[in-house]
Each structure stands twice: as C-alpha cells, then as structure tokens.
Design a binder for this molecule. Structure first.
Ligand SMILES: Cc1cc2nc3c(=O)[nH]c(=O)nc-3n(C[C@H](O)[C@H](O)[C@H](O)COP(=O)(O)OP(=O)(O)OC[C@H]3O[C@@H](n4cnc5c(N)ncnc54)[C@H](O)[C@@H]3O)c2cc1C
Length: 535
C-alpha cells in the first residue's frame, strides 16, 4: 500500500476543507494533505454564475444523491439531493447567495453548552472571511478571501416582488447580514468580476502555490484508521490504487453533512448496532453519528406571467440568451454574470415572533425539481419558494452498505414535527398575500401551482408536498454538543477519539436561519484558529 506522512490530512476540499487548507499552510510550519473525491474544478461552467442549473445535470461534479422515498412527498418520486463533488465542494455549484443567518442562531448554540460559539464569537470569523465590496464596517470585512458583491437586478419581477412585499406591509432591508435580518431585499452574492467566488478561488488558489500543501483529487476516502482510540491514518483509493497516508497531528474530516457521517461510520465510529449490521467493527459507540439531519424544507408558488419577461427554457428563451452569452464572454456582465436568485427575504409568519421564521427565494421562472423540470420551465412565469428557517423535524444519514462507493441512505423525515407544517403553510399564505398586491398586477397570470382553488391550510399543505424541495442546506449529522447524540465537542473533536475533528456543516447542532455556505466557512475559520492555537 502506497503511504506518506503529513501533519494534517483534510478529507474533502469543500467550503470548510478549503478554508483549512489555506489557513493551516499559511505559516509554512505544517505539512498538509487535502484529499478530494471529486475532480479538479477545471470546467469554465463553475466560474459562470448563471450556469447554476448545469450542475443539476452533471454526473462529474455532483454526488447526485436521492433521498429515501416518502410516498407522501413529490408523489413518491425520489427527492434529489445535489452536493458539489470537486475542489470547492458545494461552494463550486451553489447559488452563491451570501447569508449568515441570525445572531440568535449562534447564541442558541452557545446556550446548548457550546462555549465560544455565540454570535459575538463568530462575527470576527465572518468578517475575516469576507471582502464586501461595500467596504468594511461593524458587520462586514474588507480584506478576506471571499468576495461579496451587490448584483444588478436584471429581471423585472425581482423589483416587483420587493415593491409588492412592501405594499403588503413588510420592511425593506438592504443588508440581510447587518444589524437585523428581517425584511425583503436583494441578495448579495459571492461573485467577483462576474465570476463565482467559491472557496476554490478565494482560499485554495493562493494555498496551492505553497510547497507544504499536497492536493490529491479523485481520492475517495474509505476510512479513518484508529489505534487505541486515536486517529493515525487515512485510507483512500486514488488512480486505481489503495493508499494509506498517516498523520503526525490530526485528521480533519470535512466531507459535508452527507459524507462526513458516512466516513465516520465506515471507520467504526457510530451506533454499534448499525455498524454490526454492516459488519464493521465498532471502534467507538457514538449513536449520534448521522442523526439530527436538518434541512430547510421548501415549497413553492408558481404563477404564469402576463409580461413574459422572465427566463424560459423554450427555443425563444434560449435564443434570447445569445446577447447575454456574448455580453458575458466579452465583458463578464449580463444575466450569465449573476445568480438567477436576485431577490428574497426573511419574514415572520406571526407578528409576535422574535425573529423571521421563513425565507423567500424569488425566481424569475417556473422553477421546480431543482431546475430539472425543463418542460415546466418552457412557459413564462415566476416562482416564489418559501422555506422553514428553523425546522424541528430531524432525519438521518445511515449506511446502505460498507462499500464507500455506495450512496448512504438520506432520510429527511420531513414534518415529523407538526410545527414545520404550520410554518410552511403560513409561509405560503404570506407569499400569496405579497403576490396579490397591486405591484404584481401587470405580471400576474393564473396561479399555476398550488392553484387558486386550493385554499384551506390542509389542502395547501397536501398540494405543496407534491412539489416539495430543499434549499440544499443539510446540517447537523455530526452535531456539536454534550448530549447523547453529540458527535463532536465545542473544539470539534470527535468524542472519545483523539486526533480527529469534524469541521463542516454537519457540526451545526441546529440549522442557521439562512443559507449555509458563509456559516460553514466561518466555522472552518474558527476551527483553523483553534487548531493553530491547539485548543
Ligand atoms: C445546489 C446547491 C445550492 C446552494 N446554494 C447556496 C447558496 O446560494 N448560498 C449558500 O450560502 N449556500 C448554498 N448552498 C449550501 C452550501 O454550499 C453548503 O452548505 C456548503 O458548501 C457546505 O460546505 P461543507 O464544507 O459542509 O461541504 P461541501 O462544500 O459539500 O464539501 C464537502 C467536500 O468533501 C468531498 N468529499 C465527500 N466525501 C468524501 C470522501 N469520502 N473522500 C474525499 N472527499 C470527499 C466532497 O466531494 C466535497 O468536495 C447550496 C448547496 C447546493 C448543493
């Protein structure tokens, strides 16, 4: 077996892994190896912000998971779970919205006994990661690797939405990451000079010039090797060979919320009964591995447009993108230089709530099934997607087999807690209220889905399940904490196993109230600090 030795081995070159690769190699003191299952991020499609949907069809850059079928959801079709599989991970394929969540999310983590994770502790890491083109201030950084920009609003329905929401009584907010999150507005995006600024560009590109960083792509890690309850090495397949690299210091598992629990289980760290069912020797009985899966469950309202000025996948719609294609190639401007998600908001479904409980994503097209329903998209229309910001329902990631190449079983277990159903339905009603305002008058065609005849809460819920989706934010499967389902402690060290940390979205004990890329990057920034200061 081919073997080498490093101070740190990072498993997974995604949002968290890339940050660690950059920070841990900066001083030149540590010898670091990054193992990424996906290929190099060479395709130009990653750089083009408007090419978001391309990845929904990619076999090469996407893990293409399907969730366990629930006969009550999407009429029993499997729910698609895309995850980035390349350098940059999901930050290479995401929609680039820059959102941190609410101060209260992090204060809640701290209140669960996770010392050092309150918002006041996290804010310096958000700022350290960020260069906001508006400049630095109390909330924003101006010299970090992640470039955050305002985008021009190119689809009229985005402005209509903002106007309509204000007519419906909701406040305008021009910075979702400032003093308060509540309101409607335009999203800032991780886009620089018309190109995606994922962690590969921001963090890995400068780090790869350093001699103390080794990056291997198409390296699928099969397990972390332990001896006497300490991680000692990592086994993986690379170019048809089985390899084992050993560590002097630590293994840092950054495979994301689906794959990190899979790797732990394959390494014998997890629920002993699940391990024995797959003939894996139990190294450490940690029943929480893969449990506590939380995701932003999402439903939509689709409306036909009289104005016909959004995006369609019809021949006319595709031909209409030709000028934008030239504009992009020549100037890096136009619709291809933007995320298609321009406007949205964070609103309260009940006025007496302390903070928003739903997020809206306004889409200038008929968008369902992750943009894979091209037939639906042929017609002119617009969609508003609404998600439950802090779902109570928890699901799981479990092994399908002990073969590292087999997809794990993802069970979201949506609506196990009835509170999520109520928030979702109230959110849909709130969207209808916005869409009924005078601002939408010239655009509003027929409500295509759920349909204006679907009125009662129960009927709305039943119909919403037919096109149910996610916002691609699985978290919590290796949660930080101290209870019986906790997997890592507040230094992100795996309970009961030395020299092994999990650092990615999976450590979040609860979901943050917003998109998860910036929070994952901030988690990794904090973890790098802890590692370098040997917490
Ligand atoms: C389609 C999509 C759209 C999204 N849109 C947004 C958005 O607009 N804004 C936002 O804030 N968030 C968004 N997100 C979510 C955000 O991108 C993720 O939460 C974040 O990237 C998660 O970071 P991570 O480090 O936990 O995992 P990832 O970034 O997914 O990284 C995990 C890495 O580990 C690698 N890996 C996994 N298993 C192994 C193994 N066994 N061996 C070796 N390597 C392995 C993977 O290939 C991957 O590169 C989106 C996500 C998706 C998928």
């Amino acid at each position: 077996m081919n073997s080498e030795n490093f101070d740190y081995i990072i498993i997974g070159g995604g949002s968290a892994g890339a940050v660690l690769a950059h920070r841990l190699t900066a001083s030149g003191e540590h010898n670091v190896c990054l193992l990424e299952a996906g290929p190099e991020d060479k395709t130009p499609m990653i750089k083009i912000p408007g090419a978001f949907s391309y990845f929904m069809f990619s076999k090469k850059y996407n893990w293409n998971y399907d969730a366990k079928v629930d006969p009550n959801i999407r009429h029993g079709e499997p729910m698609f779970v895309p995850r980035g599989k390349t350098l940059g991970g999901s930050s290479a394929t995401n929609a680039m919205l820059y959102v941190r969540g609410q101060k209260e999310d992090y204060d809640h983590w701290e209140s669960l006994g996770n010392e050092g994770w309150s918002f006041d502790h996290m804010l310096p890491y958000f700022k350290q990661a960020e260069t906001n083109e508006r400049g630095g201030d109390d909330f924003h950084g101006d010299s970090g690797p992640l470039y955050v920009s305002d985008r021009p609003n190119l689809y009229p329905i985005s402005d209509v939405f903002i106007k309509g929401a204000q007519e419906a009584g909701y406040p305008l907010n021009n910075d979702f990451n400032g003093a308060t999150q509540e309101g409607v507005g335009y999203y800032q995006c991780t886009i620089k000079d018309g190109q995606r600024c994922g962690v590969s560009l921001g963090y890995l590109t400068p780090a790869r010039a350093r001699p103390n960083l080794t990056v291997l792509t198409e390296a699928l890690v099969s397990r972390v090797v332990t001896q006497n309850q300490q991680a000692t090495a990592v086994e993986f397949s690379h170019q048809g060979q089985q390899k084992r690299f050993s560590i002097n210091k630590e293994v840092l598992l950054c495979g994301g919320s689906i794959n990190s629990p899979q790797v732990l289980l394959l390494s014998g760290i997890g629920d002993k009964d699940e391990l024995s069912a797959h003939n894996i020797d139990c190294v450490k009985h940690l029943p929480g591995v893969g449990k506590n899966l939380r995701e932003h469950v999402d439903a939509c309202i689709l409306v036909n447009s009289k104005k016909r000025d959004g995006f369609t996948s019809s021949i006319g719609g595709i031909l209409g993108m030709i000028p934008d294609t030239f504009n992009y190639l020549l100037n890096k401007k136009g619709k291809l230089a933007n995320s298609i998600l321009e406007a949205g908001g964070f609103l309260k479904t009940q006025p007496d709530l302390a903070t928003p409980d739903v997020q809206l994503h306004m889409v200038p097209l008929l968008f369902d099934d992750n943009g894979r329903d091209l037939k639906l998209m042929r017609d002119h229309g617009y969609s508003c997607h609404v998600c439950v910001l802090r779902p109570e329902s928890t699901g799981s990631v479990t092994l399908a087999s002990n073969n590292p190449s087999d997809h794990p079983v993802i069970d979201f277990n949506f609506f196990a807690d009835a509170k999520d159903q109520k928030v979702l339905v109230d959110g849909l009603k709130l969207v209808r209220k916005i869409m009924a305002t005078p601002a939408f008058e010239e655009h509003r065609g027929e409500e295509f889905y759920p349909g204006s005849d679907v009125v009662s809460d129960q009927a709305l819920f039943e119909k919403a399940k037919g096109r149910l989706g996610t916002v691609y934010h699985p978290v919590g499967t290796c949660k930080m904490g101290h209870d019986e389902l906790a997997v890592v402690d507040s230094q992100l060290k795996v309970h009961g196993i030395g020299r092994l940390r999990v650092i990615d979205a999976s450590i979040m004990p609860t979901l943050v109230s917003g998109n998860t890329n910036a929070p994952t990057i901030a988690i990794a920034e904090k973890a790098a600090d802890m590692i370098l200061n040997q917490a």
